[in-house]
Design a protein around this ligand. Structure first.
Ligand code: SF4
Ligand code: SF4
Length: 89
């Protein structure tokens, strides 16, 4: 593998910021968190679907499902879910 000695910033996935640092001695990768839905708690109210600013949540079998590649770690869904069914991981 070819290794650069220069630190770099990159944005790896659509709408999702990631910090990428590469040098000759170390590789450090730090991603933001994503929203996780507890399907046992989700009542299918769709509040999170309507409030997510990134349109990262859709309904599947009457439960909320987060597209991890679209989630931008804003925590809006955590705040608005009336069932406390979402947390960040
Ligand atoms: S707001 Fe909470 S209960 Fe409502 S659909 Fe989203 S995860 Fe489920
Ligand atoms: S954390 Fe923000 S972007 Fe991610 S699913 Fe929840 S509301 Fe959408």
């Amino acid at each position: 593998m070819r290794v650069s000695t220069e630190p770099k910033l990159s944005f790896s996935r659509a709408g999702k910021q990631s910090f990428f640092f590469l040098c000759a001695k170390c590789i450090l990768w730090s991603n933001e968190m994503v929203a996780i839905v507890d399907l046992e708690k989700c009542t299918g109210c769709e509040t999170c679907v309507n409030e997510c600013p990134a349109s990262a949540i859709a309904m599947e079998n009457d439960k909320a499902k987060v597209d991890k590649d679209m989630c931008v770690d804003c925590e809006t869904c955590v705040d608005v879910c009336p069932s406390e069914a979402i947390h960040m991981e």
